[in-house]
Design a protein around this ligand. Sequence first.
Ligand SMILES: [Zn+2]
Length: 238
Amino acid sequence: MNTQTYGQVEPHGAERVADGLWRLSGRPKNKVNAYVMGDVLVDSATRHATKRILRQVKGLPLRSHVLTHGHMDHMGAAHEVCEALDLPLICGEADVLAVESGARLGLENRPLPVRIEHRLIADPGHPVTDTLKEGDRVAGFSVLEVPGHAPGHLAFWREEDRVLLQLVVPDATAARQELLDRGVEVSELTVITDADGGTFFGFQDPDGNSWAVQEIKARAHKPLIPKDHVGLSEWAGR
Ligand SMILES: [Zn+2]
């Protein structure tokens, strides 16, 4: 689906990340996955963030709740927030079942710590109203499909000021080395699956923002960031 740019709103007590993009506050700081992008709520952290999110978006003319992916720490408050604010819930096509089941799909086969974490933070699931795909527009951002971490994972990219909620690089090892050379502390590479899109690392920028960097080799042929802008170093310096 394509959604229009509806206009911008300012959440209460949230941190401005870029024009029209706000990170909702929570604990621990910068580990809470909930943003207001234009007038769209993007992700909703864990179940325990419900009251906090509702308080921060109180009175705002939000139009929809979009999920980057169907993991329990990104959609924990989705059900209650959508019910309370009467918002349509929107995600990537391949994550619809995960979202509607409250991340219960295949849960019985996951390791015990994951099942315990699920019990602690997951939501009951909520019907998905619509789906997004590559090239769709949401609140002035372009939708990118970045499968790997989750099959229906979406990222949001805005050309004008190169704002992205998740970094995608064609070569994670090279990008990680580039950051290390610049003195940035980065995490070890984590391979979640061998498939393209399954390799990650993380780092914190000087503002304390946590970034997930995902390797998608296919992006080498279909670059996300225009060739003349390539240079993760710029991102690191943000
Ligand atoms: Zn996740």
